[in-house]
Design a protein around this ligand. Sequence first.
Ligand SMILES: C[S@@+](CC[C@H](N)C(=O)[O-])C[C@H]1O[C@@H](n2cnc3c(N)ncnc32)[C@H](O)[C@@H]1O
Length: 237
Amino acid sequence: MTGEKPRDRESYVRGLFSSIAERYDLFNIIASFGFDRGWRRFAAAKTALPSGGSALDICAGTGDLAIAVGRRLDPGRVVATDFCEEMLEVGRSKVSGTPQERLIEFAWADVMDLPYDDEAFDAVTVGFGIRNVADIPKGLAEVHRVLRPGGRFVCLEFSRPVWRPFRALYRFYLFRVVPLIGRVVTGNYQGFRYLASSIADFPDQERLRRMMLAAGFARVDFYNLTGGIVAVHVGVK
Ligand SMILES: C[S@@+](CC[C@H](N)C(=O)[O-])C[C@H]1O[C@@H](n2cnc3c(N)ncnc32)[C@H](O)[C@@H]1O
């Protein structure tokens, strides 16, 4: 996927997630050694949502971040959106029959053209999704548009480990081990090579902070988790 056009990348990403949707959650738990739950809880806490508030989770996939936000927000409303119907379907069945069902609505939406009014949400969240968006500045502009003034955009994403000596080991894990786990869990090796590259190529903490400021956020702070393997950026509109 080098030198690809945004449209090619979009259809590649959608096809990849539709093919791994059923096994995506299992892969996450194994590849992150179970850390992903704590990362999502931390991100959900950073939304600082008022009781009865509304949140939009973009690139929601199978809904784990939306569920973490929903747990903090009762009463309230979470709209979990994605452009891959198969991922949303796994999310819907996960909350079906649970107390989360009345809080979370799963809906198809492309981040590049969100079907919501300006300033419609108290918070917007994204977990491990923004790096997959074909045109990140355009996606960030859409997030900024649908967020109410004073509301927070919380972005949980893989980032750059802060301890330099660890970086080579982490790269080895990303490019050698993650695709193997991907092959065993989902049968797809190449897809996880692509995901590893998308992590390695993604802007580091400071660059993402500047991209969010360029999209119009008044203030952006970030928090490194697990030594900077992931970072949570919080932008205030
Ligand atoms: C790695 S998954 C993350 C799922 C979930 N947020 C989580 O925390 O596990 C990335 C998701 O982003 C979605 N995605 C990528 N580009 C998108 C776009 N332009 N609009 C909507 N969803 C998109 C993919 O379909 C996929 O479900």
